[in-house]
Design a protein around this ligand. Structure first.
Ligand code: PLP
Length: 427
């Protein structure tokens, strides 16, 4: 019989760390990753046949749950007509029209295959459009693994970045300025000093890669303000938040019109599909219209587009996001109550279908705050929940997700599991 342990041993023979994306290896929480064999609705099953209520949802895409019948049917229908053409198709137009209709800031859009490609291309476009090289990002925000974006803060408030990965040239990292999230003063000081050199400010408008961190209204307004003043482009990286926090994405909640937006995860419905788009005048700088090169053999892949379209149509139904948000709210309230009953220092919050849980007294505002939470305690909680049959993201730095497939019963069973898990932490 296969076991997670034996698969992990086998996987490590020919796959670095046994995984095709690092966090899957359980490095942060310890132990053996569960190898998944099947998903249906709110559940996943591992190689040993154990069922879990899933709050990872493939790291965000599966807003309708696993293997939603309408999405699977759309994929099957597209697949029988051929897997890839490398030529334009009508379905791509339909998806582009739909994205531009749902996001007022998006006048033109290009499809790509991953969030990393979307952010990387958006940065090149911003640099090509402005003729400037520097970009600004925030500490704790993840924008995929392009060189310019794998940069961490140097010491001190206003510093040029250092590579956060081996293999990123220092010269590339040096064009990335890293600032603390939610720090209006640091943002203004940076643009006062370097505004004329900055091509773009890229931000996770609701951060979800340092657990969930919400921006203050003043921070949101200041980002738009400094970009307007300096001529830098404001890039909302909505790869995670796009069609996850609400029907109009984070920009809709903030009342902000970014110059460019990157999308991924939900828009692909579980298939490799992402997008970047925005102001027409900027997007027209892309090849073949303009001088900024960007391309992809599998861009706009017909099977991926079919999954994306089917997903986008279903989440466009009236009341979808209200129902989804109610589930996440119920989960967070229940977890907070269970923690309190166990005397645990804990907080939780959600935005739309995305949530954060923290072993700290307050929800964090910054990377430093997240770092100050009790991560060892999170790791024990994670394993206790896993044993209870609840699959949370295997790291204290990741947001969680609910899907429309999570029922009241699923939420209740999760909360009673949490009650036992919190009690075990105390024991
Ligand atoms: C997941 C994510 C990315 C990267 O997307 P991939 O498809 O994993 O390359 C970029 N930005 C944000 C905000 C993300 O959450």
């Amino acid at each position: 019989m296969t076991s997670n342990q034996s698969l992990f041993e086998r996987a490590r023979q020919h796959i670095p760390g046994g995984v095709n994306s690092p966090v899957r290896a359980f490095g942060s929480v310890g132990g053996t990753p569960v190898f998944l064999a099947k998903g249906q609705g709110a559940y996943v099953w591992d190689s040993e046949g154990r069922r879990y209520v899933d709050y990872v949802g493939s790291w965000g895409p599966l807003i309708l749950g696993h293997a939603h019948p309408a999405v699977i049917e759309a994929v099957q229908q597209a697949a029988v007509n051929g897997l890839s053409f490398g030529a334009p198709t009508e379905a791509e137009i339909e998806l582009a029209d739909l994205l531009c209709a749902r996001l007022p800031s998006m006048q033109m859009v290009r499809l790509v295959s991953s969030g990393t490609e979307a952010t990387m291309s958006a940065l090149r476009l911003a640099r090509g459009y402005t003729g400037r090289d520097k970009i600004v990002k925030f500490e704790g925000c993840y924008h995929g693994h392009a060189d310019s974006l794998l940069v961490k803060a140097g010491s001190g408030l206003l510093t040029f970045g250092n590579p956060s990965s081996a293999g990123v040239p220092a010269a590339v990292a040096n064009d990335t300025i890293v600032l603390p999230y939610n720090d209006v003063e640091a943002l203004k000081a940076c643009f006062d000093a370097h505004g004329h050199e900055i091509a773009a400010l890229i931000v996770e408008p609701i951060a979800g890669n340092m657990n969930l961190v919400q921006p203050s209204p003043a921070f949101v307004a200041a980002m738009r303000g400094v970009c307007d003043q300096s001529g830098a482009l404001l890039i909302y990286d909505e790869v995670m938040t796009g069609f996850r926090v609400g029907a109009g994405c984070a920009q809709g909640l903030h009342g902000i019109t970014p110059d460019l937006t990157t999308l991924g995860k939900v828009v692909g419905g579980g298939m490799p599909l992402a997008a970047f788009g925005g102001r027409r005048e900027v997007m027209e700088k892309l090849a073949p219209l303009g001088p900024v090169y960007q391309a992809g053999t599998l861009s706009g892949n017909p099977v991926a587009v079919a999954a994306g379209l089917a997903t986008m149509k279903l989440i466009g139904e009236a009341g979808f996001f209200d129902r989804l948000a109610a589930k996440a709210t119920q989960l967070c309230a229940g977890l907070t109550e269970a923690a309190k009953a166990a005397g645990e220092t804990f907080s939780a919050q959600s935005v739309g279908g995305m949530f954060g849980v923290y072993f700290s007294a307050h929800c964090p505002d910054s990377y430093a705050d997240v770092m100050a939470s009790d991560r060892a305690r999170f790791n024990r909680f994670f394993h206790a929940m896993l044993e209870e049959g609840v699959y949370l993201a295997p790291s204290a730095f990741e947001a969680g997700f609910v899907s429309s497939a999570h029922t009241d019963d699923d939420l209740e069973s999760t909360l009673s599991a949490a009650g036992r898990a919190f009690a075990r932490l105390k024991a």
